[in-house]
Design a protein around this ligand. Structure first.
Ligand code: SF4
Ligand code: SF4
Ligand code: SF4
Length: 316
């Protein structure tokens, strides 16, 4: 796939079909990648595809001007479609280079399984539905379902439906939906008082760095409500009540746009389990409105469509 990606990206730039390519290059740390945004054909050899291409690159589409060729996994392609539905991106300005995604490896799960820090690992490779980890001269194998991110275990569209170029036919992803929602289930089993206590504890740790907002393609307001001073909706001081308020409003804003890419939880430096909120909201929207974000670019966005038969029993 990597060679095909480089050939396609080079051809797109050479033929003047795009002004920029947005993809992934190796990161500065082991087992990481960084976004690569370039108009230079000489950079194309740096493009990679591996189990660590975690960023949802569609977040850059509202910033980069011109025609863009963009590498997109299934969830990223849904975010692009969602941006098209919201008129934030013009379909004709984007060449979607689709990656049939086999799921991404969660290094924290690997560290926990092996009792080793990621810096101590020599290599991590995929072999079908197994992950092979080389450490201290030995090779250890695990089923992929033990080391993939929770959102990948719940993935509904690993192979992009909306694309211009598809780098392979289909994804070998093996999902485990029950494992993918273990944390959510744990919260569902709590009483409201216990849940309140849980989130109070979690949001007491939030440092309001806004990484969760900045990484999210569905958070595209030019001026976020947290930066308003008249009226001031939340205090800029990271107290737990305001931190919770920030996340509650953010979740409502991304409702019907969140594609469960897992980006917000992944970047949180305080390891706050944000996906337990976003994925729960995703499920509620699916149950109530039979709507999944970014599945069809010709469908109106969730909050602009109303059907006469829609129940209103949530209004008390
Ligand atoms: S949710 Fe995970 S498996 Fe699915 S497309 Fe996104 S990164 Fe790939
Ligand atoms: S990324 Fe984490 S710490 Fe930063 S604002 Fe979001 S929830 Fe708070
Ligand atoms: S809310 Fe989180 S999981 Fe949902 S699209 Fe944004 S970054 Fe991805």
């Amino acid at each position: 796939m990597e060679q095909r990606l480089q050939d396609e990206a080079k051809a797109l730039l050479e033929q003047g079909k795009v002004d920029y390519i947005i993809g992934f290059e190796p990161g500065s740390l082991k087992f990481t990648t960084s976004p690569l945004i370039t108009k230079d054909e000489g950079d194309i050899d740096r493009l990679v595809i591996n189990p660590f291409i975690v960023n949802n690159l569609s977040v850059y589409l509202t910033e980069v001007k011109g025609r863009v060729g963009i590498v997109a996994k299934g969830c990223d392609s849904r975010s692009i479609v969602s941006l098209i539905q919201d008129n934030k991106v013009v379909r004709e300005d984007v060449v979607i280079i689709g990656v049939p995604c086999p799921g991404l490896i969660d290094l924290s799960k690997v560290e926990l399984l092996l009792g080793k820090d990621r810096d101590e690992l020599d290599d991590i490779t995929r072999d079908g539905d197994r992950v092979v980890i080389a450490v201290g001269g030995e090779k250890k194998e695990f089923p992929t379902t033990q080391v993939l991110f929770d959102n990948c275990l719940s993935c509904e569209l690993p192979t992009p439906k909306e694309y211009d170029v598809l780098l392979d036919e289909s994804s070998p992803l093996v999902t485990d939906k029950a494992a993918g929602r273990e944390k959510i289930e744990m919260l569902e089993k709590m009483s409201p008082e216990e849940r309140w206590k849980f989130w109070k504890g979690e949001f007491s740790r939030c440092i309001r760095c806004y990484a969760c907002r900045n990484v999210c393609p569905a958070c595209f307001c030019e001026r976020c409500f947290v930066e308003e001073s008249e009226p001031q909706w939340v205090s800029p001081i990271p107290q737990w009540q305001d931190n919770l308020m920030f996340q509650v409003v953010r979740n409502i804003h991304v409702a019907g746009r969140c594609t469960d890419c897992g980006g917000c939880e992944r970047v949180c430096p305080m390891n706050i389990p944000l996906r337990s909120l976003t994925k729960k909201m995703y499920e509620l929207i699916d149950d109530m409105f039979h709507y999944q974000a970014g599945m069809d670019k010709d469908e109106p966005p969730l909050l602009t469509a109303y059907e006469y038969e829609e129940v209103e029993d949530f209004i008390k």
